[in-house]
Design a protein around this ligand. Structure first.
Ligand code: TRP
Length: 332
């Protein structure tokens, strides 16, 4: 990692709440890997404290999920030689900056956060009337600003949190002096990959293809997938832009223009198209799965990578906290 030639600093993170699926791969991890390979100075974090904010009643699975998500990160090509891959709670400075921010963030900013309001009404089975859950985006701002990140690769759902991060940076700078940059979002261009039933891919809908699925599991899931619902007969022209199978083919198959024409002209049937997509998807995921197998069998290596990454992150975070303490006038 060469800091001088770096194009800027990047931070992003994911909550360890379950196995990652191909929606995460195409929607985020491919992007993260590309940024790492393009020479940005990348920090990729497993946000275990953020997981705790919703899982605090049943935290037993967090540790296994941290390990699994680390394996997913590494399998998708995140490289500890190029990126800092670390666990949030290993870098206690995040919580220290979170505390400082909590002094200056007006509560109404948090109460009117659309993500907060939505989750409160959606996750009814959990009691989220907590201080920590209201403060979720403050901790997220600390995650980002402690590395003085220039860019944050995220999905559109996280935009309100990034906007709040910028507001917190501005407020801090106004009160104590210009220090934090205002980080910008990097949205993924990849179209969202639907679940196997055509709805949004999600663990709770049971329509996800996981990075850890075996070839047999992938084939079985693909074979049950819906194809073009408007195409009743083989001789009818297809509607590729409304078809989940075509959405997948765009990501995993070669010669997509040709495939589209064949569909539009009824030169290929849905069953054959779907079978080919399944083969292409398995082929596409093969290198990911090979790395997955390696890391699952070398558990110590994975923990070592996370440990080393956390140390590196901490080195950076400590410097920021020193500066912050000085700016706030509490340097003793
Ligand atoms: N809130 C993010 C999510 O649910 C996870 C996250 C925590 C994060 N801290 C972050 C993302 C910092 C980007 C930057 O996906």
């Amino acid at each position: 990692m060469n800091l001088r030639t770096s194009k800027g600093r990047i931070l992003s993170g994911m909550r360890p709440t379950g196995p990652l699926h191909i929606g995460h791969l195409f929607g985020a991890l491919e992007n993260w890997r590309r940024l790492q390979d393009e020479g940005y100075h990348c920090f990729y974090m497993i946000a275990d404290w953020h997981a705790l904010s919703t899982e605090y009643q049943n935290p037993e699975s967090i540790k296994d999920n941290v390990f699994e998500i680390a394996v997913d990160f590494l399998s998708c090509g995140l490289d500890p030689k190029k990126s800092v891959i670390f666990i949030q709670s290993n870098v206690k400075e995040h919580s220290e900056l979170n505390l400082i921010f909590s002094m200056i963030v007006p509560v109404p900013w948090l109460e009117r956060n659309p993500v907060y309001k939505e989750q409160m009404s959606e996750l009814k089975e959990k009691d989220l009337n907590t201080f920590g859950f209201l403060g979720y985006p403050v901790l997220q701002a600390a995650d980002i600003l402690i590395y003085r990140a220039d860019y944050v690769p995220i999905g559109v759902d996280q935009l309100p949190h990034l906007e709040l991060t910028r507001e917190i940076a501005r407020r801090f700078n106004f009160l104590y002096g210009e220090y934090f940059p205002e980080p910008k979002e990097l949205l993924t261009e990849t179209p969202k990959i639907p679940g196997t039933d055509g709805r949004k891919m999600s663990k709770s809908y049971g329509n996800a293809i996981y990075l850890k699925d075996s070839e047999e599991e992938i084939s079985a899931k693909v074979s049950k997938m819906f194809t073009d619902q408007k195409r009743l007969y083989r001789k009818d022209p297809g509607h590729p832009d409304e078809c989940a199978v075509f959405a997948y083919r765009q990501l995993v198959s070669d010669g997509i223009g040709d495939i589209k024409n064949k569909c539009l002209n009824a030169e290929i049937g849905c069953t054959d198209c779907k079978k080919q997509m399944g083969r292409d998807l398995i082929e596409f995921l093969r290198p990911v799965q090979e790395r997955r197998k390696y890391f699952s069998e070398h558990r110590e290596d994975v923990w070592e990578i996370l440990h080393t990454g956390s140390e590196k992150a901490m080195g950076f975070a400590k410097q920021t906290m020193k500066d912050v303490q000085k700016l706030v006038g509490m340097e003793y």
